[in-house]
Every structure is written in C-alpha cells, then in structure tokens.
Design a protein around this ligand. Structure first.
Ligand SMILES: C[S@@+](CC[C@H](N)C(=O)[O-])C[C@H]1O[C@@H](n2cnc3c(N)ncnc32)[C@H](O)[C@@H]1O
Length: 265
C-alpha cells in the first residue's frame, strides 16, 4: 500500500481527496483515484458534479459580498483548489475574513500552506458537527467577529452528516450563535434522479466509514432549511442557482446530482 504523510489514513479512499482528484488537483493518492475512476465508470457525469458545485460556491460567495457580508465560515472546506473562498472574497473585498474548517489532514495541511502569508484567513482542524468547538477555536476567535454578519458555508458537506447526527440541529446551533444579516450557503448531494448503481457504489465505499454519504431528497434538504428564509430562486439544481451565463449542465441540471440554496439566517 502507498505510504501517506503522518496521520493520513490510506486504508480507504477519502471523499476530500477524491473530490480533489475530480477537480484536477494533485493532493490525492492511488486509493482515492481508483475509487473515483470507478464512480466515473458507473456515472460519466461524476467529474462534472464537483465543477458545477465549485461554480455555485463562486456565485454564492459573490452574492454574500453583494449583501455586504465580509466574514465567511466555510465548513468542510476541502483541499484548496481553484477559486477558494478567500481568493474570491479578498479579491473583491481585501478586508474580508475567512475561516475554513475541515477534519481531513491533507485538506488542513494544504490549506495552512496556502494561507501562511494571509493574516485574514485561517483553518480550524475540526469536525464541523462540533459547533461549540468550531466557534470557540482560537482561529475563529482571531478572525471572526460573531456580532457581525457571517456567511455560513455548508457546501457539499452536509451529506457526510447522518440523520443520527441531526444536520438540522447542527444548522440551528450555528444559526443561534450568528447575528441577523448572516447567510447560509448550502449545497447537498441528492438521491433524486440519481443513478442507483452510483448510490450503491458510494454505499459500498463509504457505508461503514466515518464518512457515509447520505443522499437526501429535495424535500429532505428543504426540511434542513426550515427556519431560514430562502433567497430567490430557492432550493434548485446547482447550475440553476443564479447562473451567470457560463454554467455547465444548465440544460440538464439534474445531472449535477446536487441541490443548492442560499438563505438568510
Ligand atoms: C466534497 S468536499 C467539499 C469541499 C468544498 N466545500 C466544496 O464544496 O468545494 C467535502 C469536504 O468536507 C469535509 N468533511 C466531511 N465531513 C466533515 C466533518 N464532519 N467536519 C469537517 N469536515 C468534514 C471533507 O473532509 C471534505 O474536505
């Protein structure tokens, strides 16, 4: 078996590193690449899913900036790739502050590396389900003023939170700590119109791992957003959330396999 850096488990593929591979990144290992290639054999759209999701993230960050939000808490931020939140935000608003959160060691170490000269962005190595821990972390306290609006980013991460861990309660716990004017940015993998072979393969890969994938229906994702006020166009296939004219899959948006929404908290 390939040897990874200390603390990196190479006994099974990891979603952060598979996603990095899907986006053309270099921070992944053979076990991740093999697993993703197998998914892409089952569903040739698999490589497009990450790209449509990243494009949504870019549009949503710009929306938050347009609303005057200058602080971003990006939960499950992933391995840095093109168009990271701090790059989009600080290009438009140099004073913007960003806190990334991820529990995957490769994501944490590469994020630290690219942020070493940036004193307005940081990463908390934590499980985003630990709301108190994330909000009390020294990096969060250093960067964010929790009395000012925050964009709470949960982009392609809540499908790693099982029903037993109550994702709606996690959203509510963050919401309770954030002031008016804060915004939730969410995208979520769905089982609606999903290829059953793909769902079965993901279950086989991750079913008994710390990261089982919870595909949810549109109604189930909508229920996670109860208590928030969705901004137009509501909860939609990812390419249809305020497209800016260069969206992949906008003619067959269900092929993105992902719903997206932005809501006032
Ligand atoms: C599919 S990637 C999404 C990355 C980025 N948010 C995006 O949309 O491009 C999901 C990320 O969530 C992270 N993740 C999954 N469960 C997590 C948890 N409980 N706490 C923190 N990070 C988590 C994974 O390590 C991975 O980096």
């Amino acid at each position: 078996m390939e040897q990874g850096p200390p603390g990196v488990d190479l006994s099974q593929p990891n979603p952060a590193r598979m996603y990095d591979y899907a986006l053309g990144g270099a921070h992944n290992f053979a076990i991740d690449r093999d697993a993703f290639d197998r998914l892409a054999e089952i569903d040739p759209d698999a490589p497009l899913v990450g790209r449509t999701n990243r494009a949504f993230l870019r549009r949503a960050v710009r929306y938050c900036l347009d609303q005057g939000v200058r602080q971003f808490l990006d939960l499950g931020s992933g391995i840095p790739t093109e168009g990271n939140v701090h790059e989009i935000a600080q290009t438009a608003a140099p004073d913007a502050r960003v806190v990334y959160v991820d529990n995957e060691p490769v994501a944490v170490s590469h994020t630290r590396q690219i942020l070493r000269d940036n004193d307005r962005a940081d990463i908390v190595p934590a499980d985003m389900r630990d709301v108190r821990g994330v909000l009390a972390a020294p990096e969060t306290r250093r960067q964010l003023d929790l009395d000012q609006p925050v964009a709470l980013m949960m982009v392609a991460v809540l499908h790693y939170v099982s029903d037993q861990d109550d994702p709606a309660a996690i959203i509510a716990a963050y919401r309770d700590r954030l002031p008016p004017g804060s915004v939730l940015v969410l995208s979520h993998t769905t089982s609606d119109q999903a290829n059953p072979h793909l769902v079965a393969e993901l279950r086989r890969l991750f079913g008994d791992s710390p990261n089982p994938v919870a595909h949810r229906t549109k109604a189930e994702v909508r229920a996670l957003l109860d208590g928030t006020q969705l901004v137009e166009p509501g909860l939609v296939w990812t390419p249809l959330w305020r497209p800016d004219g260069r969206e992949l899959l906008d003619d067959e948006p269900h092929r993105s396999g992902t719903y997206a929404a932005v809501a006032a908290l």
